[in-house]
Design a binder for this molecule. Sequence first.
Ligand SMILES: [Zn+2]
Length: 380
Amino acid sequence: MKKSINQFIVYGLLGFLTLVGCQYDSQEVLEEEATEAVLERVDEKWLASDSHPVVQLLYSRGYERGTIYETEEHFLAPPDLLYSKNIDDYDLNDMGNNGAEQAYNTGKLVSLERMRINVFLDNSLGADLQTQSVNAMNALNGINNCALFFVRVFNANQAHITVRSDFGVEPTNVLGRAGFPSNGRPFDTVTLNVDRLDDFGADIRRNTIIHELGHCVGLRHTDWRANRESSAVNIPGTSENDSGSIMWHTINGGNPFTNGDLTAFRALFPRALRVDVVNVIDDYDYSGEIYVLDEVYVDVFTDGSYTTSATLNRNVRVNYKLRIQEYNHTSGSYTYNRNRLLNSGSSRYYIDEEEEQCSPYQGETCTYEEVDITYAFSIL
Ligand SMILES: [Zn+2]
């Protein structure tokens, strides 16, 4: 039986006054502490400036004036969302983006060739929230036929997502905060209200982290419409009334996932993809003629650990860029955006070819082509 903590949030705000006292045995220790001048990070937030282009964009997506706050690093929007301050992280041509708008919302998703997601757990979480973060990652990794594969890394530079303290920014009714993917990559930060989460048990602490990681890969709130959040696309087989959902806007205790959640994760992230470039022709001769032909394939795996090959179980659209570099007489570079539909049923798919050709001694133009997947997503 799941129990919503909504009531705690609404009615329980005045119930706590936590006294944290450091007790020292001697005057000597006190003096040492004083001279060490321990600097504890405390972040500030303030009402966001209306004129910032990202704030303007958020207003255009339905947020009300006066509801967006700002820290040094992010914009904060209700109920638990972070937004990058860099306007380049936003796709300003959101409409009609090759069907890329799916999930419970306009939120972008993590691309299927990026299903291995490295997570760094900052020391500011403390030991127990680090443990609960690992439990959250294990819960998500344990959903079969869902390709998301979260890996804890101990070097912050390797992280796709950093989970850290809110450093005092959040009010008591916000337990965690995260944002949505951009350019097929997960949102890079989860903040947790460490002080407030101390008031809750292990399952609420873990489920809060699962919820925020869900935002990082692109899931919206199950109850986005009732919550009057900007428009979302529903996932077939899921319900907006699934109040036990991990993506409900308030956190539930108990087992994290409803059947609707499992349906959603499996629909959005059915398999992990990996590009394989195979050389077909290598032709170099004494006069400097070059001709190289490579074929580009996509291989299918059960998840982002890329250990087990699998058959694609849903149709997937792969958007890719073919970049062509010309040099010699007509230097220039060109980009063509293309896509391939991968029909379910195979474990390996041909995408396109890459070519390099040059005959410099005959004064010809040399060209070099490269294929880059920009966004691969499951078709709902
Ligand atoms: Zn949320």
